[in-house]
Write a protein that binds this ligand. Sequence first.
Ligand code: ATP
Ligand code: MG
Length: 400
Amino acid sequence: MIPDLVVLRLGELVLKGRNRHRFEKAVYDQIRRKLKPYTGLTFNRDFGRVYVEINGESYDNIALELKKILGLTSFSPVYTAPLELEAIQTTAVEAMRKIGRIPSSFKVSVRRVNKSFPHDSQEMNKLVSGAVLRVIPELKVNVNQPEVDLRVELREERALIYSQVEEGAGGFPLGTNGKAMLMLSGGIDSPAAGFLAMRQGLTIEAVHFHSYPYTSERSQQKVKDLVSKLSEYGGDIKLHLVPFTNLQTRVHQAYSQNLLITILRRAMFRITEKLAEANDASAIVTGESLGQVASQTLGSMNVIGRAVELPVIQPLICMEKQQIIRIAEMIDTFNISILPHEDCCTLFLPPSPSTNPNLRVVKSIEKQMEWLDQEIDHAVNQTETIWIQAGQASKFSSFF
Ligand code: ATP
Ligand code: MG
């Protein structure tokens, strides 16, 4: 037995009053866009739900696409039966079998939309659960907290029957909360931060600093592959590749003590802010996590963040590394991130980077670099911008 329909539940947990309509429309548009290649499908919207008729397309392929739609809370494969008791009972048994194991408990919830159906919902609950128990006698009924809720909807034309609930990506639909620039390295953290930002409804553009030729083309390709993974959730994503070698070398020649990293990171933020302004983004997202490295102490982040006026969003700030890794695995960026690569930040590492820089001192060192503003503008002007599409990840990632 294969499912005839999928029922999709949109953002049940986050919906609030006035935003509801806008939210639902945005998720619905995204569903249509994602499922466009499956030309056999037909769609019906109904009170916060979408019913998709499968019409012979592959449920498994559709389910993979659905898991990447932001704002979609959950979905279920649905089996249909004609409005006849026996057919409904048989289909209900099959739907339970599809779970693939015997759950600890279940209940049947019948909703009779079609009032001409001869049995009311109370009777039907008994008739359907009786049929299931005859075939799977080990099952236990629990009406209060069942592990599986076997739902039967008696519609005008047919009965809809489903028991499995698949988790969706959840969150807010793409782009419903504005746009931000994601500072994306090749590491584990920033792609996870980018995903969380997108799931919060932000459209993102990625900004990557490279020190070509000191950092290789491969490390740039890696970043493109990471963006491609993110774009499976976010549609096509703009990637800004910023050449950082000149600025970095010049700063390093002028100053190579323990505040070097702070100064370079402030320059990165200023460049990102300029790119944000040029692209109508109103925040910067980074993958910082408190205490992870020297530049991620509260003191450092304070001095670095003050280089810009835009809000800096750090979705991972209070997360443990294991939690971050779980997100990276879920969005399939982990295996790309752990490939060996050189980051521009590791090019000129001072012997002991400061964990508690002094803003006044940092500013006075920057002031002596009277060419710094010019180098920042130059880096912005030399930035190469490309669009990255979903599914564009290169094969090279799997060669290591
Ligand atoms: P990640 O795993 O994201 O690289 P990290 O733990 O290695 O993070 P850092 O190297 O200190 O931490 O970088 C902190 C943040 O600064 C990153 O999460 C990212 O947002 C940004 N960043 C670091 N390097 C780059 C780069 N080359 N281009 C763009 N952003 C960067
Ligand atoms: Mg890093």
